[in-house]
Write a protein that binds this ligand. Sequence first.
Ligand SMILES: NCc1[nH]cc(CCC(=O)O)c1CC(=O)O
Ligand SMILES: [Mg+2]
Length: 334
Amino acid sequence: MRTLPPFPASRPRRLRRDAFTRALVRENRLAPEDFIYPVFVLEGTGQVQDVPSMPGVQRMSQDMLFGVAEQCVELGIPVLALFPNIDASLKTPDGREATNPDGLIPRTVRALKERFPELGVMTDVALDPYTSHGQDGLLDETGYIINDATVEVLTAQALTHAAAGVDIVAPSDMMDGRIGAIRNALEAGGHIHTRIMAYSAKYASAFYGPFRDAVGTRGTLGKSDKKVYQMDPGNSDEALREVALDIAEGADMVMVKPGLPYLDIVRRVKDEFGMPTFAYQVSGEYAMIKAAAANGWLDHDAVMMEALLAFKRAGADGILTYFALDAARLLRQR
Ligand SMILES: NCc1[nH]cc(CCC(=O)O)c1CC(=O)O
Ligand SMILES: [Mg+2]
């Protein structure tokens, strides 16, 4: 950092005096194009269910999702991220429904791409919504989550989504080597345009609770955790190794998750690799802001925009956020 002329030549407050100079020198800005909107999909028609731990978020059937997709297009939100709420009767220990070409997600992808070709669609590659135990992979007889056999299923799942026409697959499982396996299979299958957004540095976080309500894995997972594959919250250098591996294996974009408590990781990843870098403002972060605002303890819109701007300042190119519609609407009004 250059040495500055001392006070009173330097008066940093000069540039803060008026809104016009604040705007002129502002280093980071939010735009609707920064957002990816995660949505929860259900079977059926005309279905809309509130998620109590995520006020303002609803699971909905495909037909109800079209209205949301339309709003994204109107507001300039570039991508919808789909997460399924799978019927309990379809959950098995091996999560085989995840590779059903006529499953809920492939059908939803086809329907969305047909009606809204200009809207990007991203899908989650992971087994947790499909397994009867709620883990993101297959278990051995001791209950350990097996890596390589899981990668095979994830690869089949990603191919199923690609065949349905998805634009971006986003493996959120944290198995080793899955990015390379998926990339090779996509190339071999002629899906050369399918982008991979890798959940590269995904931590074993307690902030995912409300999401597990939304996809219905809170019950299946029970008291188990995901610490044998998701990262330890104490680690930072390890995130760089994870990101390096995913880039080497063929990730187009990388992600850090959760968001706000992990902005130091976002900054390190962006500085080290200069890759398109995303952050996931997860369900627990959303729920905290909603709960405080509902109590009148925080100003909802102000805190929402400040938190989202903080991601940009930390170096994120985009943010997965349940606030996408609200924030994009506010940005429109300004
Ligand atoms: N593959 C599971 C998955 N994909 C996205 C989230 C969390 C998203 C959120 O909390 O908003 C999770 C939860 C988990 O790992 O248990
Ligand atoms: Mg990894």
